[in-house]
Design a protein around this ligand. Structure first.
Ligand SMILES: C[S@@+](CC[C@H](N)C(=O)[O-])C[C@H]1O[C@@H](n2cnc3c(N)ncnc32)[C@H](O)[C@@H]1O
Length: 408
């Protein structure tokens, strides 16, 4: 059966649409014919964010769903087979045997998803009669709503993932990220420098004996995550990831399901008390022992009226002596006022506003702690590895980084 053309819709070349609305209906039907069941869009959207094995996919899809409304394994396999036949997903074997089949969305699948999102936004979906065969009447259009994932609005976690070379972004994220990159040609390098600063700093802390890490503003899982970095030094190091983006948490949970002792929870830096009280956090993090609180490239998403100093004070208050606070933060120093304004404007349309700050202001965030050498410097110059750029001198960067230690 030609699933791109529902019954009753003539082939495109023969159609004589009377007006734009009719054309939109035909187009909507053709597109929706590709995603004919309730779970199709859900599965596609999850796979567009991250290629997955069926077991992982089932787990991340069902995380937020009520027990009665969960996707079952047989239905998932039927959906994957159908999407595969339509050319929207493809699978490949990865080392690990029969069960290790990785599913990923094809280019066609991505464009279908984009169109579905667009149609949902422009309400052309309404023009496609509910109950038509490609969207069963008892299931309605609910497949188009995936809780926690809004692909139409630039998302700061996915923009960052895009700059890092990840595959978890959507068109809106990439468009905003490209606009930022047009203003700051070195954006991708800066993201890499930030990750390298994170690695050097947490490695130093693990080497210094810190065995538990609270990483707030985790970001989408990438090549090497905080637990990979610190468990290389201390295999039993405990890591709690916290992010206010449910998609980040969902991915982190799926990725970390087999990594112990690591957890990922949803939480907001602007509500530190809730993070501290989260039972999953306190399962791994014992605040009576030294802990490293990691705030890498996240504090610049907290505005002044949200009182970042007071939020940090809550965290510093529970940290035991010997604990560390790691911060990397965007700066607007050496940035023309017009460029700063344009950057801030781009982020105003995104999931979080950007608040770049000057060095002195960022240093205030360490109040009450002792900054370890070299202090607050651009991230490239924080204890650079011998032979690497940054070893001799303070190279220009738009991110400051530092580590403060709480005294006795
Ligand atoms: C630029 S990424 C940084 C990722 C990682 N920490 C790094 O430095 O590579 C910022 C992350 O902070 C998260 N974020 C933004 N505002 C937040 C908030 N108020 N509370 C918790 N997470 C937040 C975003 O969802 C995103 O995952």
């Amino acid at each position: 059966m030609d699933r791109t053309r529902p019954p009753g819709v003539p082939p495109r070349e023969d159609s004589t649409p009377a007006d734009d609305q009719q054309r939109a209906r035909v187009r909507a039907r053709a597109i929706l014919g590709k995603v004919s069941g309730r779970w199709d869009v859900v599965v596609l959207r999850h796979l567009a964010i991250h290629p997955r094995r069926p077991g992982e996919l089932l787990r991340v899809i069902n995380i937020d769903l009520e027990p009665g409304g969960q996707l079952s394994r047989p239905v998932l396999f039927r959906v994957l087979a159908r999407l595969g036949r339509d050319g929207l997903v493809e699978s490949r074997q990865v080392p690990g045997g029969e069960r290790a089949t990785l599913y990923t969305v094809t280019g066609l699948g991505v464009s279908i998803l984009d169109r579905v999102s667009q149609l949902a936004r422009t309400s052309q979906l309404g023009a496609a009669e509910p109950g038509d065969w490609w969207i069963p009447v008892d299931e309605g259009n609910t497949a188009l709503d995936l809780p926690g994932i809004d692909t139409s609005k630039p998302n700061v976690a996915r923009m960052y993932d895009y700059w890092l070379g990840g595959k978890d972004s959507f068109a809106a994220d990439r468009a905003a990220a490209d606009q930022v990159e047009a203003l700051f040609a070195s954006t991708r390098e800066m993201c890499q420098h930030n990750r390298e600063f994170l690695r050097r700093a947490v490695t130093h802390l693990a080497t210094s004996g810190i065995r538990q890490f609270l990483d707030i503003g985790t970001g989408l899982p990438t090549m090497e995550n905080t637990h990979d970095m610190v468990q290389r030094i201390t295999p039993e190091a405990r890591v709690a990831y916290v992010d206010n983006d449910s998609a980040v948490v969902t991915h982190a949970q799926a990725l970390l399901a087999t990594s112990q002792p690591v957890t990922a929870v949803r939480g907001d830096l602007r509500d530190p008390a809730a993070i501290i009280a989260n039972p999953e956090v306190s399962r791994l993090i014992d605040f009576s022992e030294p802990v490293a609180v990691v705030l890498a490239a996240v504090l610049h998403f907290v505005s002044e009226h949200e009182q970042p100093d007071a939020l940090l004070q809550v965290l510093k208050g529970v940290m035991a002596p010997g604990s560390a606070l790691l911060i990397s933060h965007a700066t607007d120093e050496n940035v023309q006022a017009s460029t700063r304004e344009r950057t801030v404007q781009i982020y105003k349309g995104a999931s979080a506003p950007l608040v770049p700050r000057g060095r002195e202001r960022i240093e205030e965030f360490f109040r009450g702690l002792e900054l370890i050498p070299p202090g607050l410097v651009n991230v490239r110059s924080w204890r650079p590895l011998p032979g690497l750029a940054g070893e001799h001198g303070d190279l220009r960067s738009f991110l400051y980084g530092g580590v403060g230690i709480k005294g006795a």
